[in-house]
Design a protein around this ligand. Structure first.
Ligand code: ATP
Ligand code: MG
Length: 771
């Protein structure tokens, strides 16, 4: 063995050790932030492999993000070596995809099913609502989707939803749910919620499948258990045998015993209720698993006592929680610095200046610093200042790379090559770039597909039979079909993802169309596609884990197109968090509070602490939602190791109009004795509003060249929009332009954001991007 038992237990306190070596009954580790829950879970995996001789393939560990999974895997490999490669460390979604690829044919899906993301879901639901002739005012597609998603998270399929519906509204929603599922299935596609629900249903419907996985996974470990939803909870139960503690080994000698289950979490950090997370899963663990054992951790190793006192003071205002006694032996440390800014620009300048001072004094490197805010739209002001001062930074989330039009087009090409049943993807690219297949031709082909009960692609393959279709369109379609079939043969042969992607972009004429274009935006598009090819190349070059001797091993073999698509479908905001290696200075990380979960930084800025911003406007009148916001504040405060800053702006522009927001109630909840107010509201005076603090321009080698490039690329231009254009907005998501008034800096667009309604936005300020 690479490590001894003593080494595996080194640097752990007594209750942490107990959790690592615990055997048998289900185990719950509940503890406040920074008390070593994730560390314990990681060590336990190493312990299982090294000391208890568990086969690495018999371990299933669930983390909240792909990035956390990669880190956990790397850490275990450091401890016990490369054989740990074959354990499953992944998110719930990735684990379910792996099971489904292997088993889902039993439910009539093909193994190469597509995974629809939020944008695909919206397109599909919009089609469904149109088919049902639903009034979009009464039944906004987004609202219907939300309803469907909630039902899936509660494991309610469309038949049961229909049976339960007891008023017109619900009956209509259920009808949309049912049609939506039909269309997903005929496209051989699943949405994110389906991945979990279908896996649970599969395990419930087929005892032999359930038995296979129960035999395989002898150890199930779940991090961030407080944010599991009902479907995920049910999945854990299915995998571990319904009630592991009631298992009686005597009765059936052939039956497999229950897997050992360990879950770790903190009810005070439950922040995903809006996505269906159910805090009761952690609160009720002891009732759900009656023989279980609970271990509490109380020492925090992350933060100074001042930071902990602040966090404890805030969270203690929530009702009905179990009081915790979290302490640190690191001493009080620095006071928490507070700052009241004139406006959001002043706040950003304060943050930039402070980071500058810290890095000058060698008290921190840019990579030690994180700036948190409540919503993605708030990042822009910080970016402007960081670009101006040459501070290297990275924004995590926002309008993501994979949501850009050209990237979505390229992915849609790959998707329909891997799965021609995927009608949403196929329709997206059939005339992109323009190749003479107009709406009329598509309608003719579609009508024929419906009449004959074939897929859209099958109908395209003999378009000449479609009644009413023009000869010219038939020729264009034949060319398209020939191209698809040719590229498909590459996919079927298992060709590398980057090779297929490049061939597709060239053969489809997509690249040529961008290269010929005069639109300067198209140049950026070419860069983005080059970046996507690079991503695919990196993916295809990744070493493939060695085939294991375990017959139940499901590790996919080749990094071809389907595997690449899977990786792309499952990326999340948190996966873009920059790796900060110890050699370099690193970059400042900007992200929302939700994305910050589980992370830690020496220096943290918690910004926008204003009632209406954080806590969010929506939560102000509702105690439950306000408590969720308070948990989010607790998560934010407890990310800090050494230094913590809290700030707010007296005036913040919202949709082009200045809003005067009162101080966040969370600020009032911070104890006076830990605070050092650099500037209070009383000291604020308007004459200095326009005085820009003198900031030296800094240079951080290549990172600053990047920041400069970003400065050029991201210089904000007012997007030119016309009615019908699709856009995304940082907070409202996808929308359609209904009308535009005025021009240039004065342009105002009315944009329909589905369930969020129609908004009038001054484009100069609104965080919208044309798709
Ligand atoms: P969160 O609730 O935010 O997810 P957590 O409970 O998972 O936090 P960890 O991230 O595991 O906490 O640990 C917090 C920090 O404390 C890490 O840097 C970890 O390495 C360190 N740590 C944990 N336990 C110990 C210990 N016994 N001795 C020294 N350092 C420790
Ligand atoms: Mg953790």
């Amino acid at each position: 063995p690479r490590v001894t038992a003593d080494q595996l237990l080194e640097g752990l306190n007594e209750p942490q050790r107990e959790a690592v070596v615990h055997e048998g009954a289900p185990l719950l580790v509940v503890a406040g932030a920074g008390s070593g829950k994730t560390r314990v879970l990681t060590r336990r995996i190493a312990w299982l492999i090294s000391e208890r001789k568990a086969h690495p393939g018999s371990i299933l560990a669930i983390t909240f993000t792909n990035k956390a999974a990669a880190e956990m895997r790397a850490r275990v490999e450091d401890l016990v070596g490369g054989r740990a490669k074959i354990m499953w460390v992944s998110t719930f979604h990735s684990a379910c995809v792996r099971i489904l690829r292997k088993e889902v044919e039993r439910f009539g899906y093909k193994s190469g099913f597509s995974i629809y993301d939020a944008a695909d879901q919206k397109r599909l639901m919009a089609l469904v609502c149109k088919d049902l002739e639903l009034d979009p005012k009464r039944y906004p597609p987004n609202a219907v989707l939300h309803w469907v998603s909630n039902h899936k998270n509660d494991l309610v399929d469309h038949e049961s939803a229909a049976a339960r519906a007891d008023n017109d509204l619900e009956r209509t929603y259920a009808e949309a749910y049912s049609l939506y599922q039909q269309r997903l299935k005929s496209a051989n596609a699943m949405d994110f919620d389906d991945l979990i629900m279908t896996t649970v249903h599969l395990l419930q419907a087929f005892p032999d499948v359930r038995e296979t996985y129960r035999r395989r996974f002898r150890h199930v470990l779940v991090d961030e258990y407080q944010d599991t939803n009902h479907a995920q909870y049910a999945l854990v139960r299915e995998l571990c045998a319904e009630d592991p503690s009631a298992y009686d080994a005597g009765s059936d000698p052939d039956a497999v015993g229950p897997a050992e289950l360990m879950v770790v979490g903190d009810a005070d950090q439950s922040i995903y209720a809006f996505r269906g997370a159910n805090i009761r899963n952690i609160l009720d663990f002891e009732e759900d698993f009656p023989q279980s054992r609970t271990i509490l951790l109380e020492q925090n190793y992350r933060s100074t006592q001042n930071i902990l006192s602040a966090a404890n003071a805030v969270i203690s205002r929530n009702q009905g929680r179990k009081p915790k006694n979290l302490w640190s032996d690191q001493g009080r440390g620095e006071p928490i610095v507070g700052y009241v800014a004139d406006d959001e620009h002043d706040e950003a300048r304060f943050v930039a200046k402070e980071i500058d001072t810290l890095t000058d004094a060698k008290a921190a490197r840019p990579g030690d610093v994180a700036v948190f805010y409540r919503t993605n739209a708030q990042s822009r002001v910080f970016e402007e200042v960081f670009i101006r001062t040459g501070m290297p930074y990275k924004v995590v989330g926002g309008v993501r790379f994979y949501e850009r039009k050209e990237v979505r087009d390229a992915i849609a090409y790959l998707r329909m090559l891997a799965n021609t049943d995927d009608e949403i993807s196929l329709r997206r690219v059939v005339n992109e770039p323009k190749r003479g297949i107009g709406d009329r031709a598509i309608a003719c082909v579609e009508a024929m597909a419906r009449r004959d009960g074939t897929t859209f692609f099958e109908a395209l393959q003999h378009a000449e039979d479609a009644p009413g279709i023009a000869t010219r369109s038939v020729t264009c379609i034949a060319g398209f079909v020939a191209m698809v079939e040719e590229l498909q043969s590459m996919v079927d042969a298992g060709e590398r993802a980057d090779v297929v992607l490049e061939a597709t972009l060239a053969r489809s004429g997509y690249l040529a169309a961008l290269e010929e274009s005069e639109d300067p935006q198209d140049e950026t598009r070419l860069d983005n596609l080059a970046e996507l090819v690079a991503v695919a190349r990196e993916f295809a070059d990744e070493p493939v884990p060695p085939p294991s001797d375990d017959p139940a091993d499901l590790t996919p073999a080749r990094p071809g197109v389907p595997e690449f698509l899977e990786r792309v479908s499952l990326v999340a905001d948190s996966d873009q968090i920059p790796d900060q290696d110890d050699e370099s200075l690193g970059v400042v990380t900007l992200m929302t509070l939700h994305t910050a979960k589980g992370l830690e930084f020496p220096v943290v800025f918690l910004t926008g602490l204003e009632d209406g911003v954080f806590p969010h406007q929506r939560s102000l009148g509702d105690r439950t939602e306000l408590e969720e916001e308070r948990r989010l504040a607790y998560v934010g405060l407890t990310r800090a190791e050494q230094r913590l800053y809290v700030s707010r702006a007296l005036v913040r522009s919202a949709w082009g109009a200045p809003a005067h927001n009162p101080a966040s109630r969370f600020l009032d909840e911070l104890p006076d004795e830990v605070m050092d107010w650099r500037r209070t509201a009383a000291e604020q005076s308007s004459w200095n509003r326009s005085v820009m603090p003198q900031l030296p321009t800094r240079r951080f080698g290549s990172a600053s060249a990047k920041a400069d490039a970003e400065a050029r690329g991201q210089k904000r231009e007012v997007p030119s929009l016309s009615p019908g254009d699709r856009v995304t907005h940082d907070s409202f998501g996808m929308g359609t332009v209904v009308a535009v008034e005025g021009a240039a800096d004065k342009a105002v667009a009315s944009i329909d954001f589905g369930s969020d309604g129609v908004k009038r936005l001054l484009l100069r300020y609104a965080p919208v991007e044309k798709l």
